[in-house]
Design a protein around this ligand. Structure first.
Ligand SMILES: [Zn+2]
Length: 75
């Protein structure tokens, strides 16, 4: 079981997610992000907007995914 924080996954808080695979980790982070979005949490909304901007740039997004996956693997 590996642990990563919301911040490490492109979020805005120190909530810790635990998962066995990177895919599972990404799902937990996304679900949490949606939850915080619904609550109109300003920090998370800002973080999600930054992620959406990143997604519009495939190369940057790929780099971010690679970096985040590497961080997961190093845990
Ligand atoms: Zn969070």
């Amino acid at each position: 079981m590996k642990k990563m924080t919301c911040k490490e996954l492109g979020g805005a808080c120190d909530l810790v997610f635990e998962a066995d695979s990177f895919e599972e980790m990404a799902k937990l982070s996304q679900a949490h992000g949606m939850e915080m979005w619904k609550k109109q949490d300003a920090d998370h909304m800002e973080a999600m907007q930054a992620m959406q901007a990143l997604m519009k740039q495939p190369e940057m997004m790929q780099q971010w995914m690679a970096d985040t996956k590497a961080l997961f693997d190093s845990k």
